[in-house]
Ligand binder design. Sequence first.
Ligand code: SF4
Length: 105
Amino acid sequence: MWRSLEARDRARQGYAIPVRSLSMEIEFDEDTCIGMYQCVAEWGDGFEKDKDAGKAILVDGEESADGVFVREVPEGAELDAKFAARTCPVDAITIYDDDGEQLIP
Ligand code: SF4
């Protein structure tokens, strides 16, 4: 079903319909993290191990509050980021959509 007659006509005429890429944000709570590193296994470009501290590190994360780090999930890494959040046993990772709505957990 076409969203609008205009979209249908444009598609029939061979015009590309622009698709907005939606951004996703990830938040990591270092205090909650217990260093199990499933997040590293799921998203190796997004998380690193800090074995001395027994915590994960959110790569390129900016500290938004004490011990809380955030960053935008790069395009193409959305699935890995979601898996990292789902696999965390203590819910130290939260995923938000571009409206700021919490998706996981
Ligand atoms: S999976 Fe969760 S508890 Fe384990 S290292 Fe990652 S953030 Fe920390």
